[in-house]
Design a protein around this ligand. Structure first.
Ligand SMILES: Cc1cc2nc3c(=O)[nH]c(=O)nc-3n(C[C@H](O)[C@H](O)[C@H](O)COP(=O)(O)O)c2cc1C
Length: 363
């Protein structure tokens, strides 16, 4: 989703000097943003209440950072409900990503609850009002590496260091992702990564040709730290390695420099620099399995974080309806719906993303 490289910005004719001339005073800074990140990304206090567990749940990965969830407390049961006002109907017309995101949040909740000495049981309910119910019972407090990784996990959309990951670490990632009804395929051969890159480029090209897709993405971009802090959601430029700009400039720059060729080149650099790609496949293409995929992926990402390994989504092969069946064929799973495509490797951390306050997601 990164769309502006510093090179491209300069290449469009706006020189660094001209940008500087806009005045330091006018330029958005990260001060308030970083304080907000620090405030949101604390581990649990000594005696945490349910609201703290919900805060940890909301730090989960979620499509476009729309945070499409609501939490309801009812007689000792915590329900995670879809917030359908936060759908991304163009990129995710059947709410697949939305329910995967709920699965990610549920997993964070379960891990945070265990850290607070609460054993959680998860039930996925379908039907006309789908939800995830989590019931808690006193248990042993378990503050392990997954728990510690919750505030540190991020989608790292940068070029990685090009180095392989040890077989030992790959095995730990595979174990972390184990979930009934979900399988994970890990590709580390350069030829496989190049084949996946071809699917990413095909999917990305189709998406960028669709004005509705571009508009939906643009609506969720936050160009300045002020708008990122104000909304507490969306894709903040700095989290994708892009310059932080006043909103009025950011929008215009996006329209000028968000071009297919540059984006495809960016994905090529990113995928070729990654140690591997993990593909998540639910056994069935239904809401229950989308949520399970979310739980599996979140544990994968937390284990990666605990090992100092970064990860990022390259979901274009599973998002574009024309590319998806070809990708499934390539995986040797004709007719299946692959759920997520994730690259991983080592790289420095990027700025962390923000979340809305718990009071806004509590029903
Ligand atoms: C189901 C799902 C789909 C996603 N798709 C993409 C994607 O296509 N491209 C991307 O860069 N990030 C993608 N993400 C990552 C989210 O944008 C990211 O989780 C969100 O912005 C919050 O940032 P964080 O992961 O750093 O906390 C996806 C996440 C989920 C859960």
């Amino acid at each position: 989703m990164a769309f502006l490289s510093r090179r491209t910005v300069i290449g469009t004719g706006l020189s660094v000097a001209a940008l500087g001339a806009l005045g330091y005073g006018l330029w958005p800074r990260m001060d308030g943003y970083l304080e907000e990140v620090e405030r949101q990304r604390r581990l649990l206090s000594a005696d945490p209440g349910l609201e703290e567990l919900i805060r940890m749940a909301t730090l989960a990965a979620n499509g476009h950072n729309t945070q499409p969830w609501k939490f309801r407390l009812d007689d000792g049961t915590i329900s995670i409900l879809p917030d359908l006002t936060r759908r991304t109907e163009v990129v995710d017309p059947d709410d697949h990503h939305l329910y995967v995101s709920l699965g990610c949040a549920a997993e964070n909740f379960v891990i945070a609850a265990a850290a607070a000495g609460q054993a959680a049981e998860v039930a996925i309910l379908g039907g006309i009002a789908p939800r995830i119910d989590i019931s808690l019972a006193p248990g042993a407090a378990m503050r392990g590496p997954f728990y510690e990784a919750i505030p540190l996990r991020q989608s790292t959309r940068s070029v990685y260091d090009g180095q392989p990951i040890s077989a030992e670490d790959l095995a730990l990632l595979e174990v972390a992702a184990r979930e009934d009804g979900v399988s994970v395929r890990i590709f580390t051969d350069a030829a496989d990564r190049d084949a996946i890159l071809d699917f990413v480029v095909a999917g990305n090209s189709a998406q960028m040709d669709d004005p509705a897709w571009v508009q939906e993405l643009r609506d969720w971009l936050r160009f300045s730290s002020t708008s990122a802090v104000e909304t507490g959601d969306g894709l903040f430029a700095a989290c994708s390695g892009n310059p932080v700009l006043p909103d009025w400039i950011g929008g215009r720059m996006f329209d000028v420099v968000f071009k297919k060729k540059a984006e495809n080149q960016k994905y090529s650099d990113q995928i070729r620099s990654s140690a591997g790609v993990a593909v998540f496949l639910g056994e069935r293409d239904d809401l229950e399995h989308w949520i399970k995929v979310g739980r599996s992926f979140e544990r994968f990402a937390l284990q990666a974080t605990a090992l100092g390994i970064r990860s990022a989504h390259i979901n274009q092969p599973i998002e574009d309806p024309a590319v998806r069946p070809e990708f499934a064929d390539w995986l040797g799973q004709p007719g299946a719906r692959p759920d997520l495509v994730i690259r991983f490797g080592r790289a420095p951390a990027m700025p962390m993303s923000l979340r809305r306050p718990v009071s806004e997601v509590l029903v």
